[in-house]
Design a protein around this ligand. Structure first.
Ligand code: Q9C
Ligand code: ZN
Length: 336
């Protein structure tokens, strides 16, 4: 399987994140990508397809914010990485404010996603990696892997959060649509619900979004991913949320993924994007499922067996020492 990664993705390295009331080391480290890269034996550099495919998903205001935030933070005399602390709660007016703290709250939904002077360049490279894998599949490969990092599925059209800045799965799906693919499905099997991806395609019937994730009544991102969220308008029925309890092991996860795959089969996509997170692993430091390393090839084979041309984009997974084996194992399920 072709694999893509750009070294520029490594330069985003925030120092600390606000986690359960304390500042802790940032979990979404460059070492994650390095561990995966070692385990899969390297990857090809993506071509540069420019900002067009990013702006097909994200708003110009938001892209400008990602480029400017670290500079504005520094100009305001602030130490460290840019982090929001005040948010325009639902119902507040859409004011055009330019103070950095107002911008951070406007374009971010949590305080766990710091922006550094290198964030834009790394996120841009991560998006190019997703696009390279997408075009490999559009050009005839049965499957391709984008070693994306920073990840993407918590980022919406105009907001960041959950370590995500550009929604790489959405950018991949939209690029496939724009290349003429009529129906594209996204299967999200990261531990966390992909709220950004859901929001981006919420009212659309051409991109089906199915997610298997920790019940948001108990886990981040809390406000999205409940089973009664099914999309709206033309998108009604094109969103499927399958929350699972803490402690979930292979049998329940696999059966739930089959439910998602059956729904995707009814939608009959020409291309599948898999948002793959290895934070479903039993030893993940911030998650509470209990999948084993041996489970990943099996879960991947269930996806592979459906026969859809498939773009796999990397999302979460924070147990760095196990990450390489878990990701390589997942990819091996497509080789069977
Ligand atoms: N106290 C991804 O896996 N932090 N993002 C939760 C819980 C945010 C995870 C803090 C977790 C985001 C791509
Ligand atoms: Zn996750």
């Amino acid at each position: 399987m072709q694999r893509f990664f750009s070294p520029a993705q490594l330069i985003h390295a925030p120092a600390r994140e606000l986690h359960n009331g304390s500042f802790t080391d940032y979990a979404e480290t460059p070492a994650r990508a390095e561990a995966i890269l070692r385990a899969i034996g390297g990857a090809a550099e993506p071509a540069d397809r420019g900002e067009g495919p990013i702006l097909a998903v994200h708003t110009p205001d938001y892209v400008a914010f990602l480029k400017d935030a670290a500079r504005l933070w520094r100009e305001a005399g602030r130490p460290g990485n840019a982090i929001p602390y005040a948010f325009p709660i639902v119902g507040r007016r859409p004011l055009k404010l330019d103070r950095i703290d107002a911008l951070l709250g406007r374009h971010g939904f949590d305080a766990t996603t710091p922006i550094t002077p290198d964030t834009w360049a790394a996120a841009y490279a991560s998006a190019q990696t997703a696009l390279a894998a997408t075009h490999a599949v559009l050009d005839g490969q049965q499957a391709a892997f984008a070693l994306c990092r920073p990840p993407g599925h918590h980022a919406g059209a105009d907001y960041c959060g959950g370590y995500c800045h550009l929604n790489v799965a959405a950018i991949a799906a939209q690029a496939a649509r724009d290349a003429g693919m009529e129906r594209v499905a996204i299967l999200d099997i990261d531990y966390h619900h992909g709220n950004g991806t859901q929001d981006i395609f919420w009212t659309r019937s051409d991109v089906f979004y199915a997610s298997v994730h920790a019940d948001p009544a108990r886990d981040y991102p809390f406000y999205w991913g409940h089973a009664d969220e099914v999309g709206e308008g033309e998108g009604r029925g094109a969103t499927l949320n399958l929350p699972l309890p803490h402690g979930t092991t292979r049998a329940a996860f696999r059966a739930t993924q089959v439910q998602a795959l059956d729904a995707i089969a009814a939608f009959d996509p020409g291309l599948l994007v898999v948002s793959f997170g290895a934070d479903t692993w039993e030893g993940d430091p911030i998650s509470r499922f209990a999948l084993k390393t041996d489970d990943y090839p099996l879960l991947a084979a269930d996806i592979c067996d459906r026969g859809w041309p498939t773009v796999i984009v990397m999302e979460g997974g924070y147990a760095v020492d196990a990450l390489g084996a878990n990701v390589a194992g997942f990819l091996s399920g497509f080789d069977g």
